[in-house]
Design a protein around this ligand. Sequence first.
Ligand code: PLP
Length: 389
Amino acid sequence: MRRVYLDNNATTPVLPDVFEAMRPYFGDHFGNASSIHHQGHETRAAVERARDSVATLLGCRPAEVVLTSGGTEADNLAIFGLVDPDDHVITSTIEHHAVLNSCKHLEERGVEVTYLPVNGRGLVDPDDVRRALRSNTKLVTIMMANNETGVLQPVEEIGKICAEADVYFHTDAVQAASKVPIRVKEIGCDLLSISGHKFHGPQGIGALYVRKGTTLEPLFYGGSHERSRRAGTENVAGIVGLGKAAELAVKAFESKEDREMALLRDRLENAILENVEAAGVNGEGAPRVPNTSNIYLDYIEGEAMVIALDLKGLAVSTGAACSSGAIEPSHVLTAMGLRPDRARASIRFSLGKQNTAEDVDFAIELVPASVARLRELSPLYRKPSVLQS
Ligand code: PLP
């Protein structure tokens, strides 16, 4: 059975070159990167080469890269590393749970948190950031690209506001890395999170950019790894994979692969909209990363659609989360003002480097037919002529 994977915002396959780069570090090159013998020097050099590649991807110095176990840890290190009980934090309602639940936990510790709303296109208004600032605001944490919609936030404007107010600015760039260029100096952020498995590196490895001079309280206590910012023996193979993925991402920008991906995504999106009634793009009109399309298909249940497509060989996803047995509509889509039923009827398509035009054709063929079948079962659905009247 043919299987096409269009859920690359959940995770991406490791590229063959990344896997090959990692392979020796499961075999001959097994040393602990902190050891002073030959085996240790070998892996230390590999870790530092990977750090250089990550620094090139982000436009920062290698010493400003702290290697972590992924995006969640990078977000947690940024937030818990900075914030004290009397501080105030500003974030948005559409953050990933790695940030949202960290902020919820801060509130339990007595920290005041402001959750900024977004408009119908999923954008935070930088003026809202300015207005929310207080004398005790320590940190603003607003994501660069949303994982469900791909909408890009005005991080450079927010960065300027934070710099003027002398407030730390963290951005979760987990869904932006390798999809749009990142220059930390242009963003003006102090902290920025990335995760290897979102851009064809391995799972369980990521990094936090920490601007020189920013002091963070570590999450873990142990050895003095990562300049005492992240204790624990380095995951050398993972780090090498992250470095290789970063290097390939830089090359892909040079060969304008991001534009090709945007064309593929647009073809998929337009074909679905042309062939399905009562459908639209969530976040339409906002700047978006080139690989993501979140589409509402009214009168269907997103979960049912994901299962129906999976049975035909197409992997996509909803932004919905299952809590206590009930499917909650996505917090991102409802924050954008979607009715719960429309939020539940939304599907995310996310492309990766491995996807081809044929993959997109496969989806274009399957989606309208599956929507039609599910709508036939929906008591709420009437034929288009009735819908329009
Ligand atoms: N932040 C965003 C925006 C994400 O999409 C994700 C993963 O889905 C994370 C953070 C967490 O990253 P990781 O899976 O590496 O812990």
